[in-house]
Design a protein around this ligand. Structure first.
Ligand code: ZN
Length: 302
């Protein structure tokens, strides 16, 4: 039997997903996830809602993931869409340093442009300066409208602020943007959405054409139509279509670990020598169970 590949999904909004998703992801080989802080659909009106959201990404959600055997990391930042509420955005920026040093925070993200407004530009630049000062990796959300120009602008602004392109992950690429991103030395991430242009069939051909260096696959699964199994499904399609296993491992595991592991908080040993799943554990007196018998794995070799 073929060994199951270990998978990292470096962009998935688990807050919006169910425990069933965690179960099927773990069964499909997902060992670790990175949850970027983002917009929640309903625009926030108070700085306190941001604070509680960030607290959840460094508290409750890693606990919830651990109950299903998945290691959870996050990226913290002010998203581009909500940067347009300037008065609120100013307060959110003040909050960020409180969270950037937390144990599971591996980058500043996801930040960048949505409509490419002056307010988005201002707060993107402020956060790039923070990344530079703290020597942190950056995860950039590129706009869905006017994608190519927005992607190029994002990279130019990163360079203007003195960031090393090797520390910047440019996300939501497609065939039109990938060459520019790789040529400039940035890391190119691809979001695989079901039933869209950037599906996993196209991802296979992209890896065939551009290889596996500096290329990362993610799901960006959230509260919209998306697939938390996009990375394992793409990995298995790549293997089926004859992409060498080494390239599949790089694009669906190793490159994400290398890119987000730079500040030393995300380490392979976290899932190679995991704590056993113990669903009798509580977080602030809360359990993920609703009267079920806790799963307690006792398979550790000590
Ligand atoms: Zn996202």
């Amino acid at each position: 039997m073929e060994d199951k590949l270990m998978i990292i999904d470096p962009h998935v909004h688990m807050t919006s997903r169910t425990t069933d998703d965690y179960e099927v992801m773990a069964a499909a080989g997902v060992v670790a996830v990175i949850e970027p802080s983002f917009w929640l659909g309903q625009p926030r009106t108070q700085v306190g809602s941001f604070q509680d959201y960030y607290s959840s990404l460094v508290g409750w959600e890693p606990f919830r993931a651990s109950q299903f055997g998945i290691k959870h990391y996050c990226t913290i930042g002010l998203n581009s869409k909500e940067a347009n509420n300037e008065a609120l955005a100013e307060q959110v920026i003040e909050l960020l340093p409180l969270y950037l040093h937390k144990d599971n925070v591996v980058a500043i993200g996801e930040i960048g442009y949505d409509d490419q407004t002056p307010a988005e530009d201002k707060f993107f630049r402020m956060q790039l300066d923070m990344a530079k000062e703290l020597d942190m990796t950056v995860q950039v959300h590129t706009p869905h409208r006017d994608k190519k120009a927005g992607t190029i602008k994002s990279m130019e602004v990163c360079l203007e602020h003195g960031l090393d392109p090797a520390n910047v992950i440019i996300d939501h690429n497609n065939e039109e943007t990938v060459k520019e991103v790789l040529d400039r030395g940035f890391i190119a991430a691809f979001t695989i959405y079901p039933k869209t242009k950037m599906g996993n069939e196209r991802m296979v051909e992209l890896v065939r054409k551009f290889g596996s260096t500096n290329i990362i696959v993610d799901s960006s699964a959230d509260w919209g139509v998306s697939d938390p199994l996009a990375v394992p499904k793409t990995a298995s399609l790549m293997l089926k279509r004859g992409i060498p296993k080494e390239d599949v491992v790089k694009t669906c595991y190793q490159n994400a670990l290398d890119a987000f592991g730079k500040n030393g908080k995300m380490k392979e040993e976290h899932w190679m020598k995991p704590n056993s799943i113990d669903q009798s554990q509580l977080f602030n007196d809360n359990s993920v169970l609703r009267g079920q018998k806790p799963r307690i794995d006792d398979d550790q070799i000590t």
